[in-house]
Design a protein around this ligand. Structure first.
Ligand SMILES: Nc1ncnc2c1ncn2[C@@H]1O[C@H](COP(=O)(O)OP(=O)(O)OP(=O)(O)O)[C@@H](O)[C@H]1O
Ligand SMILES: [Mg+2]
Length: 511
């Protein structure tokens, strides 16, 4: 069997702390090789050095590509060797067209003059292969995450990548989007492309992978054929113990008091005037989790952002907090009224990457507390430390810049900082995206805990099992409107939710 990549005794340290320890394994040519491990296990670090982002010399050990020792000094070197890495955070340039992104650095043309027509043609041909009906001349920033993902893959294929590495490609996709991506990967595999696949969605891993390697604390635990493995097997190797599956939420006592949040005839327009949310009305009570399901682009994020005063376009409708009318135009006003939002895009809205873990955690709480006129610095630091422990945020300390944490650990900080504010209305948008199984259970516990303490929680999630596990009531959105409300989740199935998210009703407006 041909070996495409050999990782040989790879060790990589950050400031003396090992992120990878003596990692050795082979990736066979033409296989899909999954890489699993808890947040901070070292997955992204390993593929960053394979992709040339950590240059040779910054780690110990050897990398062999198709039998030859490789010492990449840059991403370009790796690309020349046929390796393309699609990172956890996509490196596309918004404001530039799809075609420009695809051919960045390899624009066709002569003497520095770009041949735009040829560029569009090359891009269109490559995009056709992947499907998805993406317009090469459109702005990449205007595409949804799923299509941006396709553009990133097309970009790799334009560069003749024979080895494709995807770091959590589906964490931002709905199930449908993820399945479409997996189909594309199967096609690529049938053409001989070698694929390394990192994902916390273990059902997906078992679906697509030929073999699985598990990392724990920077060390390789083992490599197995995917065939006889179960998700529970992989989890056990990841964490070194058995993890109980998320328990079904015990339904909270019915609260017949005033709703904590009440929203009537809520409509949201994008800055260019397109309707994103249409005439949505709902109530959320203290002590309950209201799950919001729906497809990507169904208006769920826009709903949360607009309630929080963080939406750039026009918003219509009425809102009451604890029965008192609320006109919230900016996030500070929302925070002052006891609201909190964990946004979908943590890098843009959730975190200050250059700031320390401790500061990021306490920032929101400080802002919230200052309305009481005094600040409890010492106590906040204690709470921050407690949260870091509870969520098992893998960080050298509270003073470490968030930028240096692994993707999943950044997410834990983004969620955790709002949990410290003890909000009365908590808006969560995909709170466990990219978070490993153990931390996911901890975040679920914290969310439940906040609800039990009296918060009204409104949670958007694309993972039906998460909606089912946490929600007391479920609201499904389709094309900006509420397509179904389930006040009783007993007996509710994933199929019911999916049906409400996709079904065409005769009255549905144009997309
Ligand atoms: N630039 C950096 N500076 C310092 N430490 C880093 C840096 N990048 C990663 N680390 C550390 O290396 C370890 C491994 O991180 P890595 O990003 O590889 O984890 P991961 O397995 O990809 O996790 P996740 O599932 O959360 O994405 C973590 O402890 C992380 O804090
Ligand atoms: Mg990672």
């Amino acid at each position: 069997m041909d070996v495409a990549i050999r990782f040989q005794s790879i060790t990589k340290e950050f400031a003396g702390i090992p992120a990878l320890r003596d990692v050795t394994f082979d990736v066979r040519a033409g296989e899909v090789h999954a890489l699993c491990g808890e947040n901070g296990a070292g997955k992204s670090t390993l593929i960053r050095l394979l992709g040339g982002a950590w240059p040779a010399g910054s780690y110990a050990g050897d990398l062999h590509v198709h039998g030859e020792r490789a010492a990449f000094r840059s991403v370009r070197d790796a690309e020349r060797a046929g390796i393309a890495v699609i990172h956890q955070e996509l490196a596309l340039v918004p404001g530039m067209s799809v075609a420009e992104n695809l051919l960045l650095g390899r624009e066709p043309g002569r003497r520095g003059i770009v041949d735009r027509r040829q560029m569009r043609e090359v891009a269109a041909a490559q995009l056709d292969v992947l499907g998805g009906g993406i317009d090469p001349s459109g702005d990449v920033g205007a595409l949804g995450v799923g299509r941006q993902q396709l553009v990133a893959i097309a970009k790799a294929l334009v560069r003749n990548a024979r080895i494709l590495v995807l770091d959590e490609p589906t964490s931002a996709l709905t199930d449908t989007g993820a399945n479409a991506l997996l189909d594309i990967l199967r096609t690529l595999r049938s053409r001989g492309v070698t694929i390394i696949y990192i994902s916390h969605r273990l059902d997906e891993v078992l679906d697509i992978a030929d073999r699985v390697t598990v990392l724990r604390d920077g060390e390789r635990v083992g490599t197995w054929d995917a065939e006889p493995l179960s998700a529970a097997d992989i989890v056990r190797e990841m964490v070194g113990r058995d993890v109980a599956p998320a328990a079904r939420r015990v339904v909270a006592p019915a609260s017949d008091d005033r709703p904590a949040l009440s929203v009537r005839a809520w409509s949201v327009l994008s800055p260019d005037g397109a309707a994103r949310v249409r005439d949505v009305s709902f109530e959320a009570h203290r002590g309950e989790v209201l799950g919001v399901a729906g497809l990507m682009g169904s208006g769920r994020s826009e709903l949360l952002l607009s309630l929080f005063g963080a939406w750039p376009g026009t918003v219509y409708g009425d809102m009451w907090i604890d029965g008192v009318p609320a006109a919230i135009r900016r996030p500070v006003e929302a925070v002052a009224r006891g609201m909190a939002l964990v946004a979908e895009d943590r890098r843009r809205q959730g975190l200050i990457l250059g700031m320390s873990v401790g500061h990021n955690l306490t920032l929101a709480a400080l802002r919230g507390l200052s309305r009481g006129g005094f600040v409890r610095r010492g106590r906040d630091a204690d709470e921050a430390r407690g949260l870091v422990d509870r969520l098992a945020v893998r960080t050298p300390g509270l003073a470490t810049p968030v930028r240096e944490l692994s993707g999943g650990n950044q997410q834990k900080v983004a969620v955790g900082k709002w949990l410290l504010t003890r909000p009365s209305v908590l808006l969560l948008d995909e709170p466990t995206r990219g978070v490993d199984v153990g931390a996911k259970a901890e975040i679920h516990d914290l969310v439940r805990g906040l609800a039990d303490e009296g918060a009204a929680v409104i949670m958007v999630s694309s993972e039906a099992p998460e909606i089912m596990a946490l929600s007391d009531r479920v609201l499904v959105m389709r094309e900006g409107a509420v397509s179904a409300t389930f006040d009783d989740v007993d007996g509710l199935t994933e199929a019911d939710i999916v049906a409400a998210a996709i079904s065409q009703s005769p009255t549905a407006g144009a997309a």
